[in-house]
Design a protein around this ligand. Sequence first.
Ligand code: SAM
Length: 341
Amino acid sequence: TQHSCITPIPSSPYTSGIPSWLSEDFSCTGSPQVWEARPSPGKGMGVFATKTLEPGDIILQETPVIRIHPPQFRDGVAYPLGDIETLIRRAFDALSDVDKADVLSLYAHTTSNEDIDELVAIFRSNAYIIGSDNSDLGLFPKGARINHSCRPNTSQVWHEKTGKRVVRAIKRIEEGEEMFATYIPLLHSHDVRQKRLRQYGFQCTCEACVQQRSAQEASDKRRNDIRNAFAAFEPQLTLSIPKSVAGRKKAQKNANASLELAELVEEEGLADYYAQAYRIAAISHARIEKWEPATLWAHKAYQLRLVENRESPATLELQALTGRFIEMWNEDLRNESMGQR
Ligand SMILES: C[S@@+](CC[C@H](N)C(=O)[O-])C[C@H]1O[C@@H](n2cnc3c(N)ncnc32)[C@H](O)[C@@H]1O
């Protein structure tokens, strides 16, 4: 039996196209359950690790018990819940008694002055956006027990092909530690995040939100700097190597800034953003023809994306970049050794 679920990362998969094992349907079978649901002080139920997990380990893979396609649903825009009541009710009625009981046991936040259908309230508190174009909503009774943190240690990816949502560790999680996901975008200040989370009916008491004021302010500044840096780097992420002196100087400055960005994201512990920062460091070093760091950063970003999804455009792009940078690095090494002869 297979006891761990770490996607194998080959040491040199970059040579030609997609390695055969990548196109196989990897699924983690026979792994023991690595989590348990139990009360989490101040947060209702929560999900806790029953063994120590490493980044990339699969925590659970789950098919939605209810999946609906609300018309005109747009990610990021509050949806009129009344309109989806019929869809939810119809899907619920078709469930087995066991599944119905599972759904009805989920937490539902309501305020005293609202008259809201129980199922709709359950959906509002627990449903995740899914679908290849983020156009559906899915209810996952096991994953729904994972509480929110503004410094999460898990992330989840929806796989349209398998119809499953895969939750993985993105940091080392010690046995007994609680697992957290994020319900909101995290590159915002404490106040903005709290406001967003109030829409879900709770005041966040995660480790990032209960820090002392000075630590809070430092964290706000880091998140703000990271968000600005991501935006500022966006137009610079091309592989063209600047020729002018001014262009080269700017590219050198950017390469240094990209290292600071990677450090900042790590310092803030926003593991969901590591791959994005590492990709920026990779491309920024390629633009100054520093092929060794370019390769190493691209490889780091590739490894993270690979675990998330083997076939996503982001993964394939990083695979190609790593291969290309390795070739350039090799050429440098060859030229160096010729020069020494
Ligand atoms: C998707 S459910 C998570 C599981 C839930 N704790 C339960 O008992 O089933 C979301 C609800 O959990 C609670 N919760 C999640 N994260 C929290 C946090 N960081 N701080 C306080 N409450 C939280 C809130 O009541 C929220 O509406």
